[in-house]
Design a protein around this ligand. Structure first.
Ligand SMILES: NC(=O)c1ccc[n+]([C@@H]2O[C@H](COP(=O)([O-])OP(=O)(O)OC[C@H]3O[C@@H](n4cnc5c(N)ncnc54)[C@H](OP(=O)(O)O)[C@@H]3O)[C@@H](O)[C@H]2O)c1
Length: 236
């Protein structure tokens, strides 16, 4: 990590977003704009400042609110103070239910779509000028193996899987729209977080260590691809 990079991460208060922020802050080269719904309650995130070698800024951002997404630009613009954004890391996500294609709640389905794909789409649009100014120009859209049709995961997690498959297509479109950008889909693996549950196989530290190797090294030729945390790829 010898270059100096700027990062905007969503959902940084716990789980993979918190661990990613922690690992990035072990290097003085990273300026991390860590966003979360309620910064006042994000004690673990603020505590990272005590040991950080990099620079941490915490800003409010509720990705289920269009207004909050739009308001975040003002915060980020002030923090960047003319610098570009190197990484937009769309980590925040929800999987509220184990629904199926013939049994699901319609309002919940729409909420999942809004949070998991609508928000990354709008964030990509709003932060596009900042990414253009950055040296890396990387968008990371955090997906899941459940979004792969090729892996044939079956009918479970209907709303979540559909939202993340749509996120994959968004990434493909972003990659094709701007060949000089690097827009990737990233599956963190099955990780012990609130979402992954206790039965998961990976600790957040292991997943994020692998993720960083991937995201720090991707170039435009890797764009639009469905990466796993360990550097292998999923089928679409
Ligand atoms: N863990 C796994 O096994 C696994 C596997 C595949 C993919 N993923 C993906 O990895 C990403 C991170 O998940 P995780 O495992 O770290 O889950 P997690 O522990 O449940 O954390 C989810 C994060 O997303 C945030 N979030 C949810 N809705 C939000 C909103 N409207 N606005 C802002 N932040 C919001 C949460 O904030 P609050 O505290 O405010 O709710 C929290 O910080 C997700 O996109 C998930 O789909 C995880």
């Amino acid at each position: 990590m010898s270059e100096s990079y700027t990062w905007l991460i969503t959902g940084s208060n716990r789980g993979l977003g918190l661990e990613l922020t922690r690992q990035l802050l072990t290097s003085p080269s990273n300026t991390v704009i860590a966003s979360c719904r309620t910064p006042d309650k994000a004690a673990e995130l603020h505590a990272l400042k005590n040991t950080a070698k990099g620079t941490l800024h915490v800003i409010p951002l509720d990705v289920s609110s269009e207004q909050s997404i739009r308001d975040s630009v003002r915060h980020v613009d002030t923090i960047l103070a003319g610098r570009g954004l190197d990484y937009l890391y769309n980590n925040a996500g929800v999987n509220p239910t184990y629904d199926s294609p013939f049994e699901f709640s319609y309002p919940e389905f729409l909420e999942v779509l809004q949070t998991n794909v609508g928000a990354p789409a709008l964030l990509g649009q709003l932060y596009f000028p900042y990414l253009e100014k950055g040296t890396r120009k990387v968008i990371v859209n955090v997906s899941t193996g459940l979004a792969s049709i090729g892996l044939n995961a079956g009918p479970k997690c209907n709303s979540y899987s559909i939202s993340k498959t749509a996120l994959n297509m968004l990434t493909y479109k972003q990659a094709r729209a701007r060949p000089d950008f690097t827009a990737i889909i990233l599956d963190p693996g099955w990780v012990k977080t609130v979402m992954g549950g206790e039965g998961a196989v990976l600790e957040p530290e292991e997943s994020v260590t692998g993720i960083l190797k991937v995201v720090l090294n991707v170039t435009p030729k890797d764009s639009g691809k469905f990466w796993r945390y360990n550097g292998t790829q999923h089928p679409w």
